[in-house]
Design a protein around this ligand. Sequence first.
Ligand code: SF4
Ligand code: SF4
Length: 245
Amino acid sequence: MIVHKEICVGCGRCQPYCPAGAIHFEDRKSAVDQDACFECGTCLRTGICPVDAFREPPQVFAYPRALRKYFSDPTSTHSVTGIQGRGTEESKTNDVTLRCGPGEVGVSIEIGRPTLGMDLHDIQKITRALAASGIHEMEPNNPIHSMILDHRTGELKPELLNERVLSAIIEMQIPREKLAGMLQTIKKVIPELDSVFTLDVVTLLEEGLTIPDEVLATIAAEGFTWRPNAKINMGLGRVADEERI
Ligand code: SF4
Ligand code: SF4
């Protein structure tokens, strides 16, 4: 994002709206720190500027900077997956897609939040640690899958590492027996991360609409506390693969 200095009247109204703290005064006009800006579009979308001084120049949409917008602007559609909102539907459509089937757990690691954000080195710290512990089942319908240069090592494409985004989701589906090892890997990498994160563990409910005991027992045994959260598209879809039920 840039500010057209010749249009800006220096009122400062835009500056508190920036989640990155990237807008500051320069010669009594507002300017955007290009390293700090997440390209979230909040300053433009709010319409807070009385003279319409914000612009998205072409470089916002050029690779690799375009990743900032895809992961940070909830109105943008990710070019790889064609999905809005960080480029993945995660578990929200699982009752239709059955990404996470019987005997599996889906695991999502959501890193970064507004005002903190994150740089992509943090994603690489996690993907490398997972790969080193033998976990390679990255979700293909998540943009991070295509950002990994080498799935054997978890190394990201080097040109991406200096980009900053508000938030991203690392996502995978693993057999339930791999959950304990995955949680142990995550615990080891937590001290290396420079942002906040949320860990989601996704399962199908069992008969009686209960969460599988073995999943809850594994989470508790590894020292994590959990909060149940159901996402069900009541009647909005159809089962994609009858044989997996
Ligand atoms: S696009 Fe987002 S991060 Fe960049 S200046 Fe505007 S509000 Fe701040
Ligand atoms: S709101 Fe518009 S005019 Fe006011 S400081 Fe920001 S960019 Fe300049």
